[in-house]
Design a protein around this ligand. Structure first.
Ligand code: NI
Length: 160
């Protein structure tokens, strides 16, 4: 188990477009394991590779705490509805803001064995998919916040 350093807003690596993963390697497997460890350690519900300084199109998501998804080269292929709610990010510590996202999202991605799969989500899972995929294109939720960023108590919000 290895916890990696989470990069924070202001660091250039968070503004870059990440590269597609072409093949699974021991190094990439280790990255995925470390991303999961780092996400759980930080009590997050999602983490994208650029948040640990790696410009690869990989995200991990777990909105329930017991059912992690690894998404490699993910793409959103369907979305519908709308939800407006509080969002946070491990790269923007101590803050949250109101963001409107689709209420339903379908994504296609490769799993950790490079096998294609579909992931459908509503509510928090849909929000997390959108939030994490934005990271892969260098975008942070703060760009989409309605109104002001709020200061939050760490215990009160799920961070992505
Ligand atoms: Ni984030």
């Amino acid at each position: 188990m290895a916890i990696r350093n989470i990069r924070e807003i202001g660091e250039e690596v968070l503004t870059k477009v990440c590269k597609e993963v072409k093949e699974m390697t021991p190094r990439t497997r280790e990255l995925i394991e470390d991303m999961l460890d780092t996400m759980y350690e930080a009590n997050g519900v999602g983490l994208a590779a650029p948040q640990v300084g790696i410009l690869k199109r990989i995200v991990v998501i777990d909105v329930t705490g017991e059912d992690p998804y690894v998404l490699i080269n993910p793409r959103i292929v369907e979305m519908s509805g709308e939800q407006t709610g509080a969002e946070g990010c491990l790269s923007v510590p101590g803050k949250s803001g109101t963001v409107t996202r689709p209420n339903y999202v379908k994504a296609v991605a490769l799993d950790a064995d490079m096998k294609p799969f579909e992931l459908e989500g509503t509510e928090l899972l849909a929000r997390a998919i959108c939030h994490e995929l934005d990271h892969l294109d260098g975008h942070l939720y703060v760009e989409k916040v309605e109104g002001e960023l709020q200061n939050v108590n760490y215990d009160e919000i799920e961070e992505e």
